[in-house]
Design a protein around this ligand. Sequence first.
Ligand SMILES: *Cc1c(COP(=O)(O)O)cnc(C)c1O
Length: 428
Amino acid sequence: MNDAGNALADKQTPLSAGDNVRGAFDVEAVRADFPVLHQEVYGKPLAYLDSAASSQKPRQVIRAMDEAYETYYSNVHRGLHYLSQTCTDHFEAAREKVRRFLNAEKAEEIVFTRGATEAINLVAASYGRKFLKAGDEIVLTTMEHHANIVPWQLLREQTGVELKVAPIDDNGDIRAEDVIDLIGPKTGMVAITHISNALGTVVPVKQIVAAAHEAGVPVLVDGCQAAPHIPVDVRDLGADFYAFAPHKLYGPTGVGVLYGRYDRLESMPPYQGGGEMISRVTFEKSNFKKPPHRFEAGTPSIVEAIGLGAAIDYVETVGREAIAAHDARLLAYATRRLSEIEGLHIVGQATDKAAIVSFVTDWAHAHDVGTILDRAGVAVRAGHHCAQPTMDRFGLSSTARASFGIYNTEAEVDQLVDALHMVREIFG
Ligand SMILES: *Cc1c(COP(=O)(O)O)cnc(C)c1O
């Protein structure tokens, strides 16, 4: 991390919403920053309730990316020339913004990947193949996204590790003790979600990390749903690895974040080989760079990382506490309104929950519910949400899921509820 990067990281993009909403959250000012929201679909105002799958992008992010391409775009880290140095400064400034966002100790602990999925695969492949052996156990929860299941199954095929899965109850709640009970002398890694994308359950990660560390076991946290909803402090949590998806945090696709405690990263071999990650290559041997560059083979997602930096600026200007409070208000309102609908059942009623509401109805299959809602302008997701074991736990193949972001309103919840009454009339 160079000084220029630090200076750029402190420079905030001017914001319309942020100026208005710090302290007092003004959702209309936020909405004004998201061009895509202001449209009709099938002649109905769009109610975008699918932010858990991917969020929309504020103008500030789109502009930062346009500006990069229009004024200073070049490859990073390689050039002596002006554009390359400028672009490298912006790219490294984004890394510093991520560091600050997660309260990591240093920017070298932030690895840019192509997505959250790649971040988890990186840990499973690199840490897993070096440090884990046949019979070692990976502790997961029932609520994991496939991205935090399948990489460990691939590792199981290669090394013979075993998977242990902590249960959840009928409300979708998880007790820290149920995870901690699975940690024993053979545990090699605890890999758990921070917030379930299918149920919204918030997992007591800090307590689990403390217990795992007492047993000398590292913890990877899948923070894809936590990063957009609640303040995250990796040092307070104590996590060894923390992965999140920028495209769910109002940033672009094509880039992902892996935080790794520096000593962990330093002990790990490269995940992929190529340019940028070596200090010297001969045909006999290559020497690898230090983290994070050791894990960033090839040309990275340059402009996407810069867009992520702008998204973090945006979120921080609006205020992470204000966002968490807004989400909690919407969740409470949506839960109350949906509970009033006869024949609709909310799946996942954990005591600590983020702004995600999964539901099924007595009248129609989730996919049919989703299709009718779409015709009423309401965008929800219907399916297994890349969490089939979670669905299996409830004896379901799919649910409809409304998920809320920074820009959603109670009026949109009302639109959802009205549309659901329509579905009930059609099928019920
Ligand atoms: C979205 C999501 C992922 C995967 O993120 P990608 O963007 O598909 O890489 C992993 N875990 C959770 C909890 C998610 O919500």
